[in-house]
Every structure is written in structure tokens, then in C-alpha cells.
Design a protein around this ligand. Sequence first.
Ligand code: SF4
Length: 748
Amino acid sequence: MAQIPTQPVDIIERFGPHRSVATHLRLDTGVVPDRAVKTHCCFCGQQCGIQLLVKEEQVVAVEPWMEFPFNQGKLCPKGVKRYLQGAHPDRLLHAYERDPSSPDGFRALGYESAIARVASEIGRIQRQHGNDAFAVLSGASLTTEKTYLMGKFARMCLHTANIDYNGRLCMVSAAAGNKKAFGIDRAANPWSDILKADVVWISGANVAECAPITTDYVWQAREHGAKVIVVDPRLTPIARTCDLFLPVKPGRDIALFNGILHLMIENSWIDREFIAHHTVGFEAVAAHVAPWTTRRTAEVTGIAERAIRQAAEWWGTAKTSFLMHARGIEHSSHGVQNVLGAINIVLASGRIGREGCGYATITGQGNGQGGREHGQKCDQLPGARDIANPEHRAHVAKVWGIAPEELPGPGVDCYEIFRRVERGEVKGLLSISFNPIVSLPDNDFIRRMLEKLEFFVVIDFFLTETARHADVVLPGSLHEEDEGTVTTTEGRVIRIRKAIESPRDARADWRIVQDIAKALGRERGFTFASPREIFDELRAASKGGIADYSGITYEKIEKTFGVFWPCPDQDHPGTPRLFEAGSWNPIAKGTGPFYFPDGKARFVVAPYTPPTEDVDAEYPLMLTTGRVVSHFLSGTQTRRIGPLIDHCPAPKIELHPQLATRLELADGDWATAETRRGTCTLQVQVVRTIRPDTIFIPYHWGGAKSANQLTISAQDPISKIPEYKACAARLRKAQGPPAYVAVLEPQQ
Ligand code: SF4
């Protein structure tokens, strides 16, 4: 049903991606804007403060917002060029429905008719196959108000358990590890603590390209004398400037953390008093790491023994420190164990909950933090509540004005939703701000599942590669067309301010969702008149939960450049640094700083397991994937912005000169990377900054350029994050560019 009825080239011709460049008002450097709107960048979890300059209801330029404390006016290339996404030739201005007779596969449809069709199909599928036969996929780039509404819409309007979100591909291993060890899922410290650290440890984070403004914090710490340790299979830009680089083999991070803890214990570089008073479980972890000698650690990780010893000594003997990690250790079939291994060396040091003593995951998506707190995860209700917990269900049901029994139980993760499509259990799908055909692993499987759906509706502002498979497309809102809040990588709740109106038939996403509810005849609970009204209900729904936003108001955010949660009442100033003595904690209630009834943090044994698919004679290389500075996630926006395309027009396969020599490849040659899932033919880039046993492909492109044709759908058993960072691959020289280059390249 959702098969593309025409050639991709015809869809691309009509809907893009086309490139936008500065024209008309944007080209005129003398233009006087009608207004400057202080808001935040639409891309990554840093959420830099930015001013959008508006002229004639069009965002025509950006200016720094110097007063916003996190970035103080600094922006990366994506932030500087983000204004080129508005008034874009590809912007969806109408609803569309599939029309096999149309050359581009779609025909425009009146908004009301489109809503009526969506409601009718949802009703039909649920009547015929049950409520859970209709699923919802949501996004972590949406404001927190929208993510809250999506969770409520799925549970209270559609009565389906099947909702999940694309943060499943991003921060969930860190979330699960943090909950296991600390009882709360948030960066423990504001970024200002990085500046006060003697040692900054960065594991699996290409900071300079993926979280560019954090680079400034790390470099400032270094200026103050901090030692910077970077662990990565690639010598990334931040690693080029570090004091110690540990080139770990992909997927072996737990072994390193266990080996470091072994050395810390052996040399008494641990804080026994902190461990005794504020933690449980140390003995079991100490016994577990006893066999992780430096030699064994070196053998497994591929890192020199001397470097491991040096890292342990710097980390073990520091007075202050900050450990941060990101997808490099989290995108793994043992991502939660990796995170727990990292937390174990933080807890053993006793350096947490104090100034200059920090720990954090660097969030990826714009609202990666807020988007995982208020109910769009398959097992979660607002306030980071547990959907299986009767007390939590009762609280949220009361706020929503329903009986707890009316709330569905836990659903399944987003990849499992597609497996349910394969089994015929899910027949219909609504997807908002999620591009699974590019971003999920083994994406040929995802394509086949989209084609199997009886009905597929997409809400988005561009026709993504995923939306090409839709039966109905509803034109949603760009970041600058709506207001709301997001929560940054630090845990700071900030305001997104509306700069312009949505064009033509496009609508704010929350209005579209409420219109569907109304058309279904299930309007109760979906009559909000503004994001502020949604936020006020969210505050009540989160009250008493761990992610307590009840004391946060739009006005309070305005006054203080954001409020860090938890913030349990209006007189509370918020909580920039977690785990400080005496800080508010609804679980420990004064017994200690961590979010368990005894107030103590948990050491958790983190056993080493290799990647699900290790190298062998047939596939002798490790493939790892990641980002480049010019593009963002599945590229829906950045592959439409001309200057960013010029920076990086296409993905390349990075490989080491030794491997290039062996395969008789030179820089710029074409090569085919192959795994057990598929093949991908791209140009190669020969670099000395990668391990000779590893190849790297960035994942921002779809179709024949998609790195996720190759990746494996193995998932962490706890967090359900896919293993993007390690699978077995091989590489061979190709005769030249594949046919798609000639066919599609002019438009892209
Ligand atoms: S992409 Fe991230 S680092 Fe770059 S300007 Fe936007 S929020 Fe800041």
C-alpha cells in the first residue's frame, strides 16, 4: 500500500532535496529586519542561543545572542546557516495524498479532507484489528510540549500502547545507565563545571563536530591546566588537541573502563570514604574488575598498556574532573553496560555532586533531554514516570481526567514496532519528525515494512525519504513557526520563541494532532489553545515525578536564561548541579544525594562482551558510523541548505593508508563497503586518523548513499538502542560511481 508508485528521481524532482541559497532579502546585506527574535538553534542538544532576523514574515538572517550564557553568541556552521531552511522551495505548503497516476506520486489535498481521511483510516484499522494495530513514532526534535502531547495522544486518544520515538536511536543507553546508577536520567552538572575540572575524560564523543560549542568548554578547561583524555577509534578534531588519545577498537569500551578501575583500586586511587557512605555494590564491581589486568585490557581494546596506565593515573589522582560520553559508547548492543562502566570510574573517584566534579552524556537531538522525559517513550509517562507503576499511572490518569485502567500498558521500542508490522500486528502508523528509512539500521527492512503498512501518515515540513512512502502527508511546522520549551544537554529548560507564522496550509504540529483527535470524535483532553496551556498541564503531570517541572514557568525561564529541572515549586530556583548535599530529592527524602530510597548511588557490574557481529575472515573490518559537522542526523534539513551541502556534498568511506595500500585504493577512488545487510558504493577518503582495522561512514544520507544499508539491527537488551557503532564489513575497489550518481546528483 505504501510502495512508492513512481521513480525516486521523479519524487526528488518535485519535493527535493533541493538546495537553498541566499536570494532576494537574504542576499541584501543592507536589509533592515522587522524584528529580531531571541530563540535557540533548531539542531543539536546544545541548543545555542541565537537571534533570528525576520523581514516580511521570512527569516532572513541570524545574529548572535551574546547574553545567553551557554554559548555566548558562538554558533557552529549549522547554526549560522539554519535560516536557509525557511521559505525553502521544498517546504510542504499543503497536505498531500498518494496518487499513483501523478508523475511524482502525490496530489495536493485540502487540509480538512486530509485530516478526515487520517481519522477514517485510524478508525477503520482500530475497529478491524484492535487499538494496538495503530502505532505512533515521534521525535526528539519536537518541543517538550509536543512530545508530551504525542504521548497523551497515543495513550488517551488512540488507546494504543505502541508509541516510541527517535531518541531510541540516540540517548537511551545513557538514560538507562543513569537510572540504574543514580536513579535519575540527566547530566549531573552544568557545563560551567567543565571549566573547573583538572581532568576531562571524553569517551566516544566527536565533540568538535557533533557538539561544537562544548569544544570551547573543553579548550577553556585545558587553558586552565586540565588534562584532556579522548577515547575514540578515530582521531577526531577534539582528539587532535587532547593530552592523551586512546584509540579504542570499536565496541570495546567496557574493557577499558574495567581496566582503568582495576588500576585505580590497585593503586588506591579511589575515594574509600565516598564509596562507603554514598554507594552500594562496590565489592562486587571490584571483584569483577580484578581480572582486568592492564595487559588483558590492552589486548582487548587495542590500546597500548602505557597509555592505559597514564589515563588511570591522571584520572585516579585528579582533584576535580568531568567525564562525558556520547553515542560512541552508547550506540552499542551493550550500550548500557558501557555507560555503567564509565559511571563506575566516576563513583570510585568520589568526584560527583561537587563544583568541578562532573559527569554527563552529551545529548544529540535538539530536545534529546526533554524529549525523553514526558511520555513519548514506550514505557514512560510524564515526569519520567513508569507506565507499569500503579501509583504513577494513577497520578497521570488523574491529571488527564481518566481512570488508570484506561491507560494502555508498556509498548515496544521503535524498531520492534517495525517487527510487529512484519508480523502483521501493526497495520497503521503515524510518524512525526522521524525519518526511520534513513536513521534506522538495516534500512532495506524498514522500507519493506513501510510498504507493508495498510495506512501510513506523516507529519513533517519537508517530504523526507520516509514520507515518500506515506499515504497522507500533513504539513507540520518548522522550529521558528511555533513556541514552546526544550531541555538542553545540561538539563536546562529553555524557551523556543515563535518568529514567523506557518505558511499556507501548514500548521503547528500540536494543532494537527488535536485536529485528528477532533475528527476521531475524541476531542476531550485535546483542546489546548496554546503551547503554554500544554506546558501548564505538563507541569501538573510531572509534579512529584523525578523529572519535576512543576515549578517552571515561561516567565521564570525568561528571567534566568532557563531553569534546570528538577524544580518542584515556583519558589525553587531549579537544580543546575545534581547530587549536592541537601538538594531536593523526592525519592531519598534526605537520606542521601542519589535518587534511591537509601540516597546511595549504585555500582553495577559491567561485564565485557564483544560487538554482536565481530570481524571474521569473510568480513575482516569493523564499520563504525557517525556525524560530520555540516550535517545533522538524517539530513532532512541540512541536505537542503546549500552552503552545508557545499561543505560536505556526499558521504565518503574513511580508511587508513595501510588499508588503502592493501586494497589498492587511493584518495577519491570509488569503493564498495559490504556487510551481511547490504552494500554501499562511495568515494574513499584516505586519512591517518582512523584505526587500520576500521572504516567510517557518516550516516546523514538516504537511499544508495545510506550508511544504514550496512548497519546491524542488533539492540541493547535494556535500552533497545541499535548497534550503529560496530559491525563486520569488507571493502573492495569499485569500477566507478554507481548509476544513482548520474541520475540523482543534479538535484542534490
Ligand atoms: S547545531 Fe548545535 S552547536 Fe551548532 S549552533 Fe546549533 S545548537 Fe549550537
